[in-house]
Design a protein around this ligand. Sequence first.
Ligand SMILES: Cc1cc2nc3c(=O)[nH]c(=O)nc-3n(C[C@H](O)[C@H](O)[C@H](O)COP(=O)(O)OP(=O)(O)OC[C@H]3O[C@@H](n4cnc5c(N)ncnc54)[C@H](O)[C@@H]3O)c2cc1C
Length: 462
Amino acid sequence: MDTSAAQLPFAVIGAGLTGLSAAHHLARAGHPVRIFEAAPAAGGALRTELHPDGWLIEAGPNSLQESAEVTRLLDTLGLGAERLRADPAAKNRYIVRDGVLRALPTSPAAFLTSSFFSFGTKLKLLGELTRRPSPRTEDLSLSAFICEHFGNELVTYALDPFTSGIYAGNADLLSARHAFPSLWQAEHEHGSLIRAQLAAAIAKRARGEPSGPTPIISFRSGLASLPRALVSSLPPGSLELSAEIDTLLPQPDGTWLIRWFRSGTACTERVRKVLLALPASALARLAIGSPGMPTSLASLDTLEHPPVTSVFLGYRRADVAHPLNGFGALIPSIEKRSLLGVLFSSTLFPGRAPAGHIALTVMVGGTRRPDLARLPPEKLLPIIRAELASLLGVRGEPVFVRSTAWPHAIPQYKLNHDAHLDVLASAETRQPGLLIGGTVRDGISMTNCLAAGAKLATRATA
Ligand SMILES: Cc1cc2nc3c(=O)[nH]c(=O)nc-3n(C[C@H](O)[C@H](O)[C@H](O)COP(=O)(O)OP(=O)(O)OC[C@H]3O[C@@H](n4cnc5c(N)ncnc54)[C@H](O)[C@@H]3O)c2cc1C
């Protein structure tokens, strides 16, 4: 690459959290960067709406886990003062069992004393402590993995609802190795997942980090503050909105020509390297490579992303019997109900509902009931209201409703996920200067996406 080519910007495609994080880290290291976003606004799945009547609606994700890397990023962005920690009550996680909400034990000691799990499951937990590391080579389903450690009751009443809450997915189909790599690694190193957790807590203390679980946070003006701050951290002119990239063409000198359309006119730009921060379906649609050496990511379209509909509901406080003293309630499949779960949004963070009111966010659909996520709001609402009446003692009509459909919500890392990872690795090998990161390979949470962006930036400049 000649010196003029080396002055070209890095192109980041996709201005969701992954792409914005990549662009931020590149710009901070002094590299020129251009970020291309198909939508008219940056942020991807992060969508906060502030309603003049005092409702703050998160149409997509609701909270962020604050890892040490996230803390550093927020400090760099000057977002520290905006940060809101989840209410201490949020440590209570309710699970619906036999039709009623029951608090899940929150510590190993509480697990042993609470009546939530049977004596047999408690014994299994104690036995798990004695497991020795035994290298496992074959991947297996999440439910088979957790069943081996803790038995069936824990799979049914903890793993299954948490998998629905996090992945909107099915623990029988997800891969243990890919869906929860930290558990896979913990087993590899310690044998026992409980001992691994204890070891991690001790190591954290030794590093001088606060003990306890990773804090759950948002911001005073909602999660959209984060992409806004990331955009503000970029030099002016870095972000190109309404620019859906369709073609990536490598040049003989090692640079790339990228193309998008604006009002029917093709626009092109020459860039140094291309960093793809897109979901699988968008990757699958790209035309990549020269006519003599094309690279197709079309098979990524088979990576299932079930639909989810998120429904934000505001009620008068007096119309809800439940104290809402928790994060929310998750619902195991065995309960055969219509909801995946409900978040107690106005308990979780202040400023989500006007005085005298509360806000709930209901999730429906996923692999369990994709049909419900596809219902129009007028058909879905009566179903949700009946469920909320029975589970939380909600009476009367909601005073505020906002429904958001996510037709392709969360990627399902199933037992065949290695095949998708191979496609990504081979595309990067065939096309030097092309790098891929984000939910397709790096994990699905916002914390994962921020780390994926940082990793993309590091790889691009290595
Ligand atoms: C309903 C829901 C609830 C969730 N809840 C949580 C939660 O509470 N906590 C949590 O940690 N995570 C949650 N997640 C997951 C998390 O929000 C996402 O995984 C994360 O935001 C994905 O970020 P991303 O940048 O990788 O992708 P995206 O946000 O999908 O961004 C990709 C961007 O690329 C753009 N794009 C697509 N094609 C092109 C193209 N050809 N050219 C240019 N641009 C293109 C898109 O318009 C989009 O803006 C939730 C997700 C959903 C859907």
